[in-house]
Write a protein that binds this ligand. Structure first.
Ligand code: HEM
Length: 339
C-alpha cells in the first residue's frame, strides 16, 4: 500500500497541548484556506527556534467546512458529530469547522503557535473553544488513573488511526472526534479506590487491568473493548489531556481520538451512552459530563501542500436563495467572486 505521509497523529503524548476549535465566519473561506496552507510553515517558524520542544500541529477540518473550502472529492466517511442520547447521559454535538491539535514538550511553544494561528484567522474564523491541556503526574487523568495505556502501537496504531486503501484519495488521513468532559471531583473523591477501580476497570496505583472476574461489564474498559466476530479488536488512537480551572471549578478530560473510520469511536460512544447487552451505560459517565462534541478529518500532510481548488465561486448554483441576505456562506462566496 502506498501511504501518504500522515500528519503527526501517531506521536506520543506530550507534557503540553493546546486544542483550538474554530468556526469559519461568513466570507472567511479564502483566508482560512491560506492559513491552512501555511500552518506547517508557521509551525516550523515557531518550533525551529525552540530545539527540543518537539512542536507539532495536527490540523483537521469539519464536514460542513469541507464543502465551503474545497471542490472535488470528500473523505468518504466525513460527517458531523451525531451526538448520543442515552437514558441517563448525553453527548451533545457542538459547533466546530477547524481543529488545531498543538503539542509540545513546553507550553510556550504551544502558546506561540496557537497565538500565531489565531492572528492569521482573525476576521475570518472565530475560535469557539481553546483548551490548554497538561500532563498530570504519570500520564494520569484528573480522576487519578493512567490514561492511554492500551492505545495501539506500531503497525496496530497505523491500522487503527489512518485511512488506508479503502479511500485512496485520502490515504494517510484520519477521522478525529473531540469532546470535553467535566468531572464532579467531590463526588469522585467520595468513592473508595476500590470503587473507582471497578468504574475504570484497571488498578489505580499501578495501572493493571482487572481480571475478567473483577471487571464489571459497565466499567469503562469493558464497555470500550470491542472484539469483532473474527476475534480482532476494533481500536482507536486516543490522545486525551487533562485540563482545568480552579477559579471556574472545572476539572476535565479533553478526549481526542483518531481513527481510520469514525464508525469505531462512534460505536464506542453508542456503547458508553446507550449501553451494551450487559451494561446500561458506562459507569465513568456518572463522573464525566460531556459538554462538547465535534468531528473532523485530518488530511495527510501533502494535502496542505496543494489544496484542492475552492468550490466554484463564479457560478450562482452554490448560492441558495435562502442564503441571500442571511450573511451565511453563499454571500461570502459571492462576494469573493465579485472581487
Ligand atoms: C481506556 C479514561 C473517554 C475509549 C481508558 C482508560 C482510562 C480512560 C483511564 C484505561 C487506560 C487506557 O488504556 O488508556 C477516560 C476518561 C475519559 C474517557 C477520563 C473521559 C472522561 C473515552 C471515550 C472513549 C474512550 C469518549 C471512546 C469513545 C477508551 C478505550 C480504552 C480506554 C478504547 C481502551 C480500552 C482497552 O482496550 O483496554 N480510558 N476515557 N474513552 N478508553 Fe477512555
Amino acid at each position: 500500500m502506498i501511504m501518504s505521509e500522515p500528519q503527526p497523529i501517531l506521536d506520543p503524548l506530550t507534557p503540553a497541548a493546546i486544542f483550538l476549535v474554530a468556526t469559519i465566519d461568513a466570507g472567511g473561506e479564502a483566508v482560512v484556506r491560506d492559513t491552512l496552507a501555511d500552518v506547517q510553515g508557521l509551525r516550523r517558524s515557531v518550533g525551529f527556534r525552540l530545539p527540543g520542544a518537539g512542536l507539532t500541529c495536527v490540523t483537521s477540518i469539519g464536514s460542513a467546512a469541507w464543502d465551503r473550502l474545497f471542490a472535488g472529492p470528500r473523505p468518504a466517511e466525513l460527517h458531523e458529530f451525531p451526538g448520543f442520547v442515552g437514558e441517563h447521559h448525553q453527548a451533545p454535538a457542538t459547533p466546530g469547522d477547524l481543529l488545531f491539535h498543538i503539542r509540545a514538550q513546553n507550553q510556550d511553544a504551544c502558546f506561540e503557535l496557537a497565538m500565531t494561528i489565531g492572528d492569521r484567522l482573525a476576521g475570518a474564523a472565530t475560535i469557539v473553544d481553546e483548551t490548554v491541556g497538561f500532563r498530570y503526574f504519570e500520564q494520569r487523568d484528573l480522576l487519578g488513573f493512567v490514561d492511554g495505556t492500551e492505545n495501539p502501537e506500531g503497525k496496530g496504531a497505523y491500522a487503527a488511526a489512518l485511512v488506508g486503501d479503502e479511500d485512496p484519495d485520502f490515504r494517510g488521513g484520519s477521522y478525529v472526534i473531540v469532546q470535553k468532559y467535566l468531572h464532579p471531583m467531590a463526588e469522585w473523591r467520595a468513592l473508595s479506590v476500590e470503587q473507582q477501580e471497578k468504574i475504570i476497570g484497571r488498578t489505580k496505583l499501578d495501572d493493571f487491568e482487572l481480571s475478567d472476574a473483577d471487571q464489571p461489564a459497565d466499567s469503562h474498559v469493558a464497555v470500550n473493548t470491542i472484539v469483532d466476530a473474527d476475534g480482532a479488536e476494533r481500536e482507536i488512537l486516543r490522545a486525551n489531556m487533562p485540563f482545568g480551572s480552579v477559579k471556574d471549578g472545572e476539572f476535565g478530560t479533553y478526549y481526542v481520538a483518531y481513527a481510520a473510520t469514525p464508525s469505531v469511536p462512534e460505536l464506542m460512544l453508542t456503547r458508553m451512552f446507550v449501553g451494551t447487552e450487559e451494561a446500561a451505560y458506562d459507569r465513568l459517565l456518572d463522573f464525566s459530563v460531556a459538554v462538547t462534541g465535534t468531528s473532523f478529518f485530518a488530511p495527510p500532510l501533502d494535502f496542505f501542500d496543494e489544496l484542492p481548488p475552492p468550490p466554484d465561486a463564479g457560478t450562482a448554483e452554490h448560492v441558495q436563495p435562502n442564503d441571500i441576505g442571511s450573511g451565511s456562506l453563499g454571500i461570502g462566496t459571492l462576494k469573493r467572486s465579485m472581487h
